[in-house]
Design a protein around this ligand. Structure first.
Ligand code: TXA
Ligand code: MG
Length: 324
């Protein structure tokens, strides 16, 4: 199948309506979209990404009003968060209505929903009479795409259309929260809305859900997520360097070049020290550094606050050390 890249909403809508896949831009990363109410279309997502069917999909809708058709038991906190952050990079887990197929939720009674903040995709969603299920538009296990070209690299020939909305402004996936049996809010994934922002809206601290994993039913069995092909190690560059003498090293630094490595072998996430800019650049830099034929990549962590926490989370998952 030939993959076209374009900006035509009508073409995108036609493919989706026919049950075909369309890559869609969002403010976080590109998504691989399909009609969330069409099981054949959903199966195509899992096949194109080579994604295990036990890993559920996020459902994208045009508005909170549309979301309400598919969910129940909406808490006051969820109302507050939707009002504060939708459209935007926050995904919430809700008890689902029966109309949501099990293939979206991998059999769970909760569905993950968000309203993405991208003008093209918002317009597309409001034209459709169904929600769009969309995981990140990369082959399972590799770095998420933040441009149409990244999507093309990974899924060329597997999907008919990529809707090109430019480079993603946020650059890391959405933050995911849910509520436990006791009605307490829990964090499932760090992402584009900082935890501090959520805590400010609801007026209390959020705790991490016990098992944070992209692979809920089989933690630790798959290769780590967001992984580069080149082995990546994380830590203080000065402490790491002596261990890798004699190898071709590339660095990913937050703000400054390291004095002992040629500049051509270094990538900076944000020269001005902005954690938001670092998030925006992270996946592009991971892909670029991965194409340099290095022996290893060394990366340093950001300050653990704001979007720095999401960047650190993605770097930790990209490490080539198997973690329990
Ligand atoms: O920013 C984003 O969230 C992007 C854009 C395209 O919207 N999407 C994205 O999807 O990152 P994906 O599939 O790459 O990551 C979704 C995560 C997975 O870790 C999945 O296990 C979790 O959300 N998830 C989805 N539905 C869930 C559910 N019902 N219960 C628990 N976790 C769920
Ligand atoms: Mg993903």
């Amino acid at each position: 199948m030939k993959t076209e890249i374009g900006i035509d909403l009508t073409t995108a809508a036609e493919h989706l309506t026919k049950g075909e896949l369309v890559a869609i831009p969002t403010e976080t990363v590109y998504g691989l979209g399909a009609n969330a109410l069409n099981e054949d279309a959903l199966l195509k997502i899992y096949a194109a990404k080579n994604r295990p069917q036990f890993n559920p999909l996020i459902m994208h809708v045009a508005s909170f009003e549309q979301a309400k058709k598919f969910i129940k038991d909406i808490s006051t906190e969820a109302e507050q968060l939707a009002a504060a952050f939708w459209p935007g990079p926050l995904t919430m887990l809700f008890n689902k209505q029966q109309t949501v197929p099990d293939l979206v939720t991998a059999g769970s009674k909760r569905v993950a929903i968000r309203v993405p903040n991208h003008p093209l995709t918002l317009q597309l969603l409001s034209q459709l009479d169904f929600p769009v299920a969309a995981p990140s538009a990369n082959p399972s296990g590799y770095v998420s795409p933040t441009t149409a070209a990244h999507v093309y690299e990974g899924l060329n020939d597997k999907i008919p259309y990529i809707l090109d909305g430019g480079a993603c402004g946020v650059g890391v996936e959405s933050t995911i929260v849910g509520w436990n049996e006791e009605g307490e809010i829990e964090l499932y994934r760090l992402g584009g809305i900082a935890v501090e922002q959520i805590e400010a809206v609801i007026g209390k601290k959020i705790k991490h859900h016990k098992k944070v994993t992209d692979n809920p039913s089989a933690p630790g069995q798959l290769k780590s997520h967001y992984a580069t092909h080149t082995p990546l190690y994380l830590g203080k560059i000065n402490e790491l360097l002596p261990q890798f003498e004699g190898t071709k090293i590339f660095l990913i630094n937050f703000q400054q070049y390291h004095p002992h490595i040629p500049k051509e072998q270094q990538f900076i996430l944000s020269a001005s020290g902005s954690k938001d800019e670092a998030a925006k650049n992270l996946f592009r830099v991971l892909r670029e550094v991965d194409s340099m034929n290095a022996d290893i990549i060394l990366a340093e962590l950001l300050p653990d606050e704001g979007l720095g926490r999401a960047v650190n989370d993605r770097l930790e998952r990209a490490q080539h050390i198997m973690k329990e």
